[in-house]
Design a protein around this ligand. Sequence first.
Ligand code: 5GP
Length: 188
Amino acid sequence: MDKKVIIFSAPSGAGKSTIVGHLLKKYQFLEFSVSATSRQPRGEEVDGKDYYFFSTDQFERKIANGEFVEYEEVYAGSYYGTLRSEVQRIWEKGNIIIFDIDVKGGVNLKKLYSSNALAVFIQPPSIEELRKRLIGRGTDSMEAIERRVAKAEEELTYSDKFDVVLVNDSLEEALATAEKIVEEFASR
Ligand code: 5GP
């Protein structure tokens, strides 16, 4: 079997984690790529499950050693990246890798894996709706929300670099479309 990957990218608040979580539960042949990060663990996050947590020093050493397939400083001072060892680990089991990754990282991985990759861009119905969802989530200050919205506006301009744009208007419909896309790609 070809070594396949499915990339999910989206502006924050577009519903990416919900869709990725649903697909992982439904399809045993999909496996989540655990990213490395230099940010602090949040809440209940577990090292090795949600992320591999490293100090900034450790992360920068790994960059210098060429241990990443891709990495980005997604937020000022916080690195996120995909380790080569993680990609190998999942492919060795014969699974298809699923990435939940920022928009720039998604574009880079699509370039790297080209026809072995399916790159899906999840788009919120509108910027106004995105702002509403972020407010509804209640985890960010108004200032942080406006920062995320501004970043989202920029990220939306990358959607044409993805294979599929999935508009997350009705969650139920988005999940059904996501299933169809995954099944078609897996059987290719
Ligand atoms: P959070 O801090 O909320 O967990 O994640 C922040 C952002 O980093 C999300 O948009 C997430 O998709 C992105 N991200 C997570 N892992 C990676 C990675 O390995 N590479 C890149 N480029 N972005 C990542």
